[in-house]
Design a protein around this ligand. Structure first.
Ligand SMILES: [Fe+2]
Ligand SMILES: [Fe+2]
Length: 149
């Protein structure tokens, strides 16, 4: 069984990524600030796409009550996220600092598009911390309980 990141989340990551590439070519302090965001963001995105977000692809099946033994293979991913949760939050704090600077300079340099991008990314981190990471961890916890029987 393959564990795929929900299409909506994958698309969101791709859009944030391509917009950030565009921002990093904007020149000025805004361009430099966007590059600094990218430097801390990309390794973090890789971790998310590697193990934090793929378990979420199981949500619709689990909500329908469909459960199968091969779903147990997702547990190493959710366990890894659980173990690395504090590091993920530290990544977010670093990313947030870079985003706040991007927001500030984009406003000063009159590039509202990239100020908006910074706001979107700040919200994205928040959604992950409040909803997506905990949901991913809960999927593993739920499967451990259900598959024991
Ligand atoms: Fe993300
Ligand atoms: Fe994140």
């Amino acid at each position: 069984m393959e564990f795929n990141i929900p299409r909506s989340l994958k698309t969101e990551h791709e859009e944030l990524h391509s917009k950030l590439v565009e921002a990093s070519r904007a020149g000025g302090r805004t361009g430099d600030a966007a590059k600094a965001v990218a430097e801390v963001l990309y390794p973090h995105f890789e971790k998310e796409e590697g193990y934090a977000l793929p378990p979420l692809g199981l949500l619709p099946l689990l909500a329908e009550g469909n459960i199968s033994q091969d779903m147990a293979n997702v547990i190493p991913m959710t366990e890894r996220l659980k173990a690395e949760f504090p590091q993920m939050l530290r990544d977010h704090r670093l990313i947030l600092a870079a985003l706040q600077y991007l927001l500030e300079v984009a406003i000063k340099e009159n590039m509202p598009e990239y100020a908006h991008l910074a706001e979107n990314l700040i919200l994205h981190n928040q959604t992950e911390e409040e909803v997506l990471y905990p949901a991913s961890i809960l999927i593993g916890e739920y499967l451990k309980l259900r598959l024991e029987k």
